[in-house]
Write a protein that binds this ligand. Structure first.
Ligand code: SAM
Length: 290
C-alpha cells in the first residue's frame, strides 16, 4: 500500500492545526460546534467524502471547498454529511398539542389564515405533521387558509422533503386516518421498494420548502408568522448564538404569534416583547400584542 492510501477504518489523521481550521469553518458557516470528542466523526465523514472526490489530504479538500462555484457545490454536499438530520413524524407530542390548541383558539377568535414557519425541517416529517394537523383544524372552520414554509440548510434534505417519500415504518405510530388520507403506497419492483409511501399532492402543495441558514436570518423574507416551530436545531450551537437566533426568530412573529422551541434548548433567553407560554412539557413564547 502506498503512503497516501488509507482505509476507512484508520481514516487519515487530522493534526491539531487542521482540526482548528475545520472547526472554525464549520462553526462560521453553519453554527455547528464540533467538539474534540467528535473529531473522529469529522475525520471519518471527511475521509469518506474525500475518497468519493478523489482527494487524499484535508488541506487539498479544504482548498477545493474554497474554490468558487465548485467549492460552493461541494460545500452543499459536505454540510449534508455533517449535520444531524434525525427526525420523525409528530416528534415531541406536547409541542404539537400546543400548536393545535393555539391555532384552534386563533381560528375561533376569527383569524382568517395561519402562516407557519418550520425552521430546520430536515427531510420533511415535521412540516408534514404540522400540515396534517392544521388541515384537520381548518376544515372545521370554513373559508380559512393555512400555509407552511419549511426551511433547512441542507439541500439534499430539502430535496427528500419535497419528494415526500418515506419507508412505511416511519408511519407506525401515526393514526390510520392520517395514513389513509395523506399517503399513498408506492408500487415497487422489489419488496423493499413497495415498503415506501409518498405524501399526496393535497398536502405537499401546501408546503413551501426553501433553503435558509439560521445564521443568515437577516436576509430571510419570512415575516408576520403566526407560528414558528424550531426543534432540535439549536442544541448544536453555542449559547450566545442560540440567543441571537431565537431573537431573530421572535422578530419574525406577528403580534400574538407563537414560537415553539425544543424543550431545554435555550435556557437563558428573554425578550421584552415575548412572554413564556405555561404549557406542560414545552418551551414556547408568545409575542405580546401591540
Ligand atoms: C436534528 S434535525 C431536526 C429536525 C426536526 N426539526 C426535528 O426536530 O425532528 C436538525 C436540522 O437542522 C438543520 N441545520 C443545521 N444547521 C443549520 C443551519 N445553520 N441553518 C438551518 N438549518 C440547519 C440540519 O440540516 C437538520 O436538518
Amino acid at each position: 500500500m502506498s503512503a497516501h492510501k488509507w482505509s476507512m477504518k484508520e481514516s487519515l489523521k487530522m493534526d491539531d492545526e487542521q482540526f482548528i481550521l475545520w472547526q472554525a469553518l464549520l462553526e462560521d458557516r453553519t453554527g455547528m460546534q464540533i467538539s474534540a470528542q467528535r473529531k473522529s466523526f469529522l475525520e471519518t465523514s471527511l475521509a469518506i467524502r474525500m475518497r468519493e472526490v478523489g482527494l487524499q489530504d484535508y488541506d487539498a479538500y479544504y482548498e477545493k471547498l474554497m474554490s468558487g462555484l465548485t467549492g460552493e457545490v461541494e460545500w452543499a454536499t459536505l454540510v449534508d454529511r455533517l449535520t444531524v438530520q434525525e427526525t420523525s413524524f409528530f416528534r415531541h407530542t406536547s409541542s404539537f398539542e400546543l400548536v393545535h390548541d393555539y391555532c384552534d383558539a386563533r381560528l375561533k377568535e376569527g383569524a382568517s389564515s395561519l402562516d407557519v414557519w418550520c425552521v430546520g425541517c430536515s427531510t420533511g416529517e415535521e412540516p408534514y405533521s404540522l400540515g396534517m394537523m392544521l388541515n384537520g383544524l381548518i376544515e372545521q372552520h370554513q373559508g380559512k387558509y393555512w400555509g407552511i414554509t419549511a426551511t433547512d440548510i441542507s439541500l439534499p434534505a430539502l430535496s427528500k422533503a419535497r419528494q415526500g417519500i418515506y419507508s412505511k415504518r416511519k408511519l407506525d405510530l401515526m393514526s390510520d386516518e392520517y395514513k389513509s388520507r395523506y399517503f399513498a403506497t408506492l408500487p415497487g419492483s422489489s419488496l423493499s421498494e413497495s415498503r415506501k409511501v409518498q405524501v399526496n399532492r393535497e398536502l405537499k402543495d401546501r408546503i413551501c420548502f426553501a433553503q435558509v441558514n439560521v445564521l443568515e436570518l437577516e436576509s430571510a423574507p419570512m415575516a408576520e408568522m403566526d407560528v414558528i416551530f424550531c426543534q432540535n436545531l439549536l442544541i448544536y450551537f453555542r449559547r450566545w448564538r442560540k440567543r441571537d437566533i431565537v431573537t431573530h426568530l421572535a422578530e419574525r412573529l406577528a403580534p400574538g404569534g407563537l414560537m415553539v422551541l425544543g424543550i431545554g434548548e435555550v435556557l437563558d433567553w428573554s425578550h421584552p416583547d415575548m412572554e413564556r407560554v405555561p404549557y406542560d412539557n414545552t418551551l414556547a413564547f408568545v409575542r405580546r400584542n401591540g
